[in-house]
Design a protein. Sequence first.
Length: 365
Amino acid sequence: MNEITESQDQRSAAVSLRGISKFFDDVTAVDSVDLDIGDSEFFALLGPSGCGKTTTLRMIAGLEIPSAGSLQIFGEEVGSLPPNKRPVNTVFQNYALFPHMSVADNVAFGLKMRKIPKSEISTRAHEAISLVRMTGMEDRRPNQLSGGQQQRVALARALVNRPKVLLLDEPLAALDLKLRQEMQFELKQLQREVGITFVFVTHDQEEALALSDRIGVMNDGRLLQVGTPEEMYDAPIDRFVADFIGRSNFLNGTLESAEVVCLANGQRIRVPEVDAVSVGDEVQVSLRPERVMIGDLDSAPHDSAQLSGTVDTETFLGNSVVYRVALDWMTIEVEADHRPDVERYHAGDRVDLWWRDDAVAVVRP
């Protein structure tokens, strides 16, 4: 994993950004972003509202012109080219379907504008409709479709032009939870079938983890970290990334050596080897709630980190129970499985906590 370093050769990348910035008067929306996105990769740009992810997507699409930097698609400089001169298509959050047109006409619209022969338009439109599993609904209007079906039509309309890169701007945000989860599966399957690069913008960390080959986290216009979902979850570079991708406890301390942190309570714990910070630096240890064990210390490995505290609250979530455990110097959140063979604790219970050395990540505050 790299902290904003090249992961692929720029010349072979589907999308390559170098020093890309976008200014709106005195506001810096995107601040000198370097990024390579691979051919056939499903890449997610993740971050809170206003972080610059949508502006970055719009620059790739040609809907915004970069204020500075280089933007290449498959080795060709496209930063100043209009959208119709780029091998990309975009799917928007609101789908942007024509309400007076049928499914088939919506899908074929772009081909007609390009004056593709009618016989080819019909063939390609039906292929795209079949690809998104909408066969038999060609004559329906958008108001006769569910949200998920409208999303499929928007995808078919984007794919019928055979782009090399598909850009998706929070396309699932308008769907309810159950449908959104179903569409996540379908979107991932669709990307594998068509084999092209998908660049997906979202503020939903679970969505990014579920769909992506790699994730880039943005904040305040800057790209903070790029990595696989596992890398981003297990080894975040700083507190913002750790907190934005999943829940985490943050234990304050000082790095005493590459593998030892002295916590604020004076306890020393072993951590995975750290190279992003220096010995003597103040750091935070990121500890995911599900990686904290709760119960009898007799079952804990002898070399594990161990703490004791009192259960403050318990929250039942169905397949798990979340405990807030008060220590003398802070409160830790613990998520334990809910199963018949797992002991249940209640407010006021004294409990022991422990975790493995590799369960934590040292991050910059």
